[in-house]
Design a protein. Structure first.
Length: 421
């Protein structure tokens, strides 16, 4: 990079105290992360991530109210993913430059305004604008992950990242359950209004609990900071490899969850939104089962974990394809798919965040752009394929992406192992 960063970290364990002690970043990383702080970060990430996906189980409702055709309704999710990618590039790198506590709280406060825009939208234009802003600001989850990785000592970094990342995935999955229940009880708008209230409570909790960490980065402007994201991506081979895997696994994840509401809400199944949302609980079981992937990465089993998970991802589609005939097979398939996606994602982040301690936010940003692109591709392609070829077409698409991910991992396995030495 053109400018080397010298990072000093100011830690105030009493977040609302103006006093504190200047310590080095290595000293901070040597401390133990309190479990309550890890769980609070996981909850904040889960709630923020859920905001992007509340619309998925109610796409049919939005299609009807705003006169958007089924074949293009997935663009609503795609818009949030596109702006999420923009936020990754424009906002997340600021975590290496600014006070992360203020950055996180500020983004969450603006997210509340975005949720209110969506919840009160009277036109398709307002809906699209609100969802775009929601997507842009949901990147606060990645700032929190990078912040937590900095605070955790090296021996527990994988575990902490695993717990917080599990919170993100659980939030995404429970978004469907909560969205379905609230839609059946009070209409789809209530989802976003309730989330705005919960976000405000979370901001209050974080303000009181989150340590105050000051980063002073010398000789690095905002434009240089953004440019360094691309430079780091070019310099670190493992980031490139893991970013491609992220694109593929999250494309698979979105192929399933964006289109799942469509076959389940029409005859012969005709399930309620509450019942459809309940399948998110099966996904949570899979995500929780994968929570230990970070510990395996800490022990050097990241590559083996990835291969096993990608094999399960492919197998999951063999069960998911029976969705219209067996809800039990669908539930098992969902558990396997979410277990696999979460295991690979946690392993990816554990590997990447261990590379350069002074650039964690930027490494996370570069990696997560691909994750978001995969989600956008999966969302728009799945609804388009469903409109033309039905559920069998969606499952064939998902299985093909899974097979491609497994093949890519096998082809790059040795290169990735060499890059980590």
């Amino acid at each position: 990079m053109e400018a080397e960063e010298k990072v000093a970290v100011h830690v105030d364990l009493k977040a609302n105290s103006p006093q504190g002690t200047i310590v080095t970043s290595d000293s901070v990383r040597g401390s133990h992360m309190p479990r309550y702080a890890t769980l609070l970060f996981a909850a904040a990430c889960g709630l923020s991530a859920a905001n992007i996906y509340f619309a998925q189980p109610v796409l049919d409702k939005l299609s009807s109210e705003f006169s958007i055709d089924y074949s293009i309704i997935g663009i609503l999710i795609t818009i949030t993913q596109i702006f999420y990618a923009a936020g990754l590039l424009l906002l997340v790198p600021l975590g290496d430059l600014l006070n992360q506590r203020r950055l996180i709280i500020g983004q969450m406060l603006v997210s509340i305004a975005a949720l209110l825009i969506v919840g009160t939208a009277s036109s398709g234009t307002a809906l699209f604008a609100g969802l775009a802003l929601v997507g842009l600001l949901a990147v606060v989850t990645q700032t929190i992950v990078a912040f937590a990785a900095t605070m955790a000592c090296p021996a527990e970094q994988g575990r902490v990242v695993g717990v917080i990342t599990s919170g993100i995935v659980i939030g995404i999955l429970l978004a469907r359950t909560v969205s379905g229940i609230l839609t059946d009880i009070a209409g789809w708008r209530s989802i976003y209004l309730v989330s705005a209230a919960l976000m405000f409570l979370m901001v209050c909790a974080l303000f009181r609990v989150m340590p105050n960490v000051e980063r002073r980065v010398q000789s690095l402007s905002y434009l240089q900071l953004l440019r360094s994201v691309f430079m780091l991506f070019a310099q670190e081979r493992i980031v490139r490899i893991r970013a491609i895997l992220a694109l593929l696994i999250f494309a698979d994840f979105s192929i399933l969850w964006t289109s799942l509401v469509l076959p389940l809400s029409v005859p012969p199944l005709s399930l309620s939104h509450t019942a459809i949302g309940a399948f998110g609980l099966a996904g949570v079981a899979g995500a929780l089962a994968a929570a230990h992937a970070g510990r395996l990465a800490d022990r050097g089993y990241g590559q083996r974990t990835t291969g096993t998970a990608l094999t399960l991802l492919l197998v999951s589609w063999l069960l998911i394809c029976y969705a219209e005939r067996s809800l039990f097979a669908l539930a098992i398939g969902i558990i396997l798919l979410d277990l696999a996606v979460q295991a690979v994602h946690v392993t990816n982040q554990s590997m990447i965040l261990s590379l350069r301690t002074e650039a964690r936010s930027r490494l996370t940003a570069g990696y997560m752009v691909f994750y978001s692109i995969g989600g956008a591709i999966g969302s728009v392609s799945s609804t388009h394929i469903y409109a033309r070829y039905g559920w069998d077409g969606v499952c064939l698409l998902g299985a093909s992406v899974s097979a491609l991910a497994l093949l890519f991992w096998a082809m790059t396995r040795r290169a990735a192992a060499a890059a980590l030495k």
